[in-house]
Design a protein around this ligand. Sequence first.
Ligand code: SF4
Length: 190
Amino acid sequence: MGTLDLSMKVEEIFKDLETRIREFKCVSGIRCVEGCTECCKDKPVYASPLEFLPAAFELLSGRDREIWIERVFSAPLLGPCVFLKDKALERRGCSIYEKRGLICRLFGFSYGKDKEGNPILLACRHIKERSPTWISPPPEKRAEIILASDYGMRLLSVDPVRGRPSYPINEAIQKSFEMVGFYHRYREAC
Ligand code: SF4
């Protein structure tokens, strides 16, 4: 499958996930603390190149293309996410919110499983403190929950190598930029 097709498949998964998250937010009342970006700075955040393809396509087609290339390839691999807005400029949050990766969408609103197979909310301490009943919800409240592994598997089914969250987030973003850069160069050459 070509890089653009891969990106479109990823967007389809995100669209479905966003619907599920909206429903889960309605039922649970869970929200992020406004302006909080702790999870974007936590180390290590691991991600896959695939989940940042939509962002890479958007940024590498825009007029700030060169600025983003410079920023992404000079970002420390183990540093805070390169898309985090600059606090010194008093702009907080994610620069690419609509195109953010799978891990960014899942964290706070999805579940893993404990040793007994019970769902455990994957979220920061703030969310857990504010919504304790949703950390490990009883069976009658489980209909709406989102399993992170379901979406991880969907990404892997699109591309079992590049869909694996094996890289620190800034390295995953670099690899997605490389894939899209190669796609553009190949198209120009044809
Ligand atoms: S892409 Fe956006 S939401 Fe995801 S870690 Fe980076 S700044 Fe945070």
